[in-house]
Design a protein around this ligand. Structure first.
Ligand SMILES: *Cc1c(COP(=O)(O)O)cnc(C)c1O
Length: 404
């Protein structure tokens, strides 16, 4: 029986080798330089390796000489962890609505939400779709605000021909399982050279065992997400669901709302040398993979063009998306997701939430109509480059039968 998971890491057998080599040879080995691997995509910036993407944001927030209550403007449709970090640093999140067709911060609403206390804007290039950086950048300059870009989804996404992450004072990249470049964890903090002068690398002490287990868990999950092993992953997923194993759940489904989450600097393995070797290999294929994903999205869109019950995004509105995640709007995304599941097609009816209306952020509640709509109606579908043409046709057929 054919199984089409929601996501499969774009890793070849060879991509796993740097990790295995790193485990076998824990002594020193000639480490690649981060600027040599990433400098072509991210020129003229200081690049700092971090344990995860969220660490990069945390280090950036630590660099601000902020006063408690200073305001940070964030898109309402967001990874709730980003908002948690802001609050944990003693800052006040102010929710900005999104553009329904890119899922990114709406620059008009941003302008409306700025006050005397505003310090920082965090823009997320949601699903890999570039946000309206020229206007957002201009607004930040006018009001003397710092700008930080969340590029967790956006390796190979461009705005005005430039890789996103080059517009802000800082940016984060993430190399978790569901990202465009996967090294079983790791992240990068991108800093303007001016800000980098003030940066001192934090001391990061993680016990060897938990650090090893952490990375190994993500290695194993990535391996099990490959199509041939996917049935084992399904079994594990159902087991974690049944036994309510919350830590495992967080590995498989990190964006699920968890009000008890607290960021711990030492909870994750530090950035390791094998990660850069994995990045180097995957960056060689990134442009091809992004084109393949765009082609898949275009094919599904034209296959469903006659269907009035679904509407699509405009991923390339502000540049070139990498199409990392594929979302469409449906009247009843849960029903669609259940229908797809009956045909062993993975999907997600709640990839992210409208944080402006989450219970855990009730103190910062705001009305954000478009974020609420996305939270209720957006369905994420598979779009990874390893999908075969016949898989894509099958997805279209099943979607159509669900809509009929
Ligand atoms: C994955 C992700 C991050 C960072 O995640 P880490 O797990 O900390 O590397 C940040 N923002 C978004 C939108 C993400 O999807």
């Amino acid at each position: 029986m054919r199984m089409i998971p929601k996501h499969t890491p774009s890793l070849t057998a060879g991509d796993f080798i740097p990790y295995i080599g790193g485990v076998l040879n824990r002594k020193k080995h000639a480490a690649l330089d981060i600027h040599r691997v990433w400098g072509e995509l991210l020129p003229d910036r200081t690049l700092i390796p971090t344990p995860t993407g969220r660490h990069a944001l945390w280090y950036f927030l630590e660099m601000l000489d902020s006063q408690p209550g200073d305001e940070v403007l964030v898109a309402a449709y967001n990874f709730y962890i980003i908002v948690r970090l802001v609050i944990q640093r003693g800052l006040k999140p102010v929710f900005v609505d999104i553009e329904p067709d890119t899922l990114c911060m709406d620059s008009d609403d941003l302008a409306r939400k700025i006050t005397d206390r505003s310090r920082l804007v965090i823009v997320t290039h949601m699903f890999g779709n570039p946000a309206d950086m020229p206007r957002i950048q201009q607004t930040c300059e006018q009001h003397d605000l710092l700008l930080f870009e969340d590029c967790a989804h956006a390796v190979g996404s461009f705005c005005e021909g430039r890789q996103v992450g080059l517009f802000g004072d800082g940016a984060l990249f993430s190399f978790g399982i569901q990202k465009a470049v996967n090294s079983f964890g790791g992240g990068i903090l991108v800093l303007s050279n001016k800000l980098a002068d003030n940066f001192s690398p934090p001391d990061h002490q993680v016990p060897w065992l938990s650090s090893t287990v952490d990375t190994f868990g993500r290695f194993l999950t990535s391996l099990l997400m490959k199509p041939g092993f996917y049935w084992t992953l399904r079994l594990i997923l159902e087991m974690t669901e049944r036994l309510n194993l919350s830590q495992l759940k967080a590995v498989f489904d990190p964006s699920r709302d968890n009000p008890d989450y607290r960021f711990e600097v030492n909870e994750r393995s530090p950035f390791k040398p094998f990660m850069l070797e994995m990045h180097r290999r995957q960056l060689e294929r990134i442009a091809v993979n992004n084109t393949t994903r765009e082609h898949i999205v275009t094919t599904v869109k034209s296959g469903l063009a006659d269907s009035e019950q679904v509407t699509f995004l405009n991923e390339n509105k502000h540049g070139q998306s990498n199409f990392l995640y594929f979302g469409l709007y449906a009247e009843h995304p849960e029903k669609m997701s259940d229908h797809l599941k009956r045909y062993n097609i993975g999907s997600s009816p709640h990839e992210y939430y409208n944080c402006a209306s989450l219970e855990q952020f009730a103190a910062y509640h705001a009305i954000c109509g478009q974020a609420e709509y996305a939270s209720r109606h957006l369905l994420r579908l598979p779009s990874y480059p390893m999908l075969k043409n016949s898989d894509v046709d099958f997805i279209i057929t099943v979607l159509k039968s669900g809509l009929a």
